[in-house]
Design a binder for this molecule. Sequence first.
Ligand code: CP
Length: 315
Amino acid sequence: MPLRHVITAQQFNRTNLRELFREADFMEKLCRDGNCDLLHGKLMGSVFYEPSTRTRFCFEAAMLRMGGSVITTENAAQFSSAAKGESLEDTVRTVGQFVDVTIFRHVEAGAALKASKKSPVPLINAGDGPGQHPTQALLDLYTIQREIGHIDGITVSLVGDLLYGRAVHSLAYLLGKYKIERVYLVAPTVVRMKPDLKAYLKRHNVPYTETQNLMKAASASDIIYSTRIQRERFGENTDLADQTMGQFKINNAVMDVMKPEARLMHPFPRNEEGGEIDTEVDDDPRAAYFRQIRNGLYVRMALLKMLLIRNSNRR
Ligand code: CP
């Protein structure tokens, strides 16, 4: 079945991931050749109820570079008729009368699925609260493939906020599709990974170890995937969030114990004050996070092409 809406990472399998990554490689080549104008006449709507730097700009850049057009609201809660009490279902149903694809970010887990049920056009979940961020995980996995050369057999440390971090949730679901050697879960006690996601890893034969020993995990890993403490998801308990910040900071001392061929990744934004990655490591060639951001452009181009050209030809 071709993908229609992209809501969760579990929708993907090894076959369509391989196809997507091949397509992303191809999009990079087309861009380099100045020849990626494939979506002329297509219109994308981005409806964001939460702030974004990477995801919105990346999707919009992908669409514009492919010759398509974009209409956008970057603060839908305030600048759409949601401010007059319109439901998100009515909003996406309305936007879908005008556009060919909707990119949707919301503050609540499950909102993207709810919206997709009423969307007349493909809808892509660009992050639903503490739920999932599937396209971030796609570009993360693509980055692992490019940087390490393979995904099967790797050891991964997932570090930071594993409870509220939606990008790390989606990545963990994708890792479950591969023969992963081991996943280290390195999180402050209050933001440990949820039991249902750990059960998923177990069901998919991904061995995992929960530990607070960052040095040990980092020295054993091929990928160290650091994440921000999601302070905005702590409600009244921001003091608790503040106490956890900086607990597993990646600095030169951590880089010193990492394997020479390992890579440090982060979905970004990193919190300047929370300091989960010290800027002193930015020039280390193993710090892959800006390459990771760039890769998002090609993966999202490939995804838009898949949804707007290939799948519509099949339907
Ligand atoms: N990684 C990510 O989702 O970043 P933004 O919140 O800036 O879109």
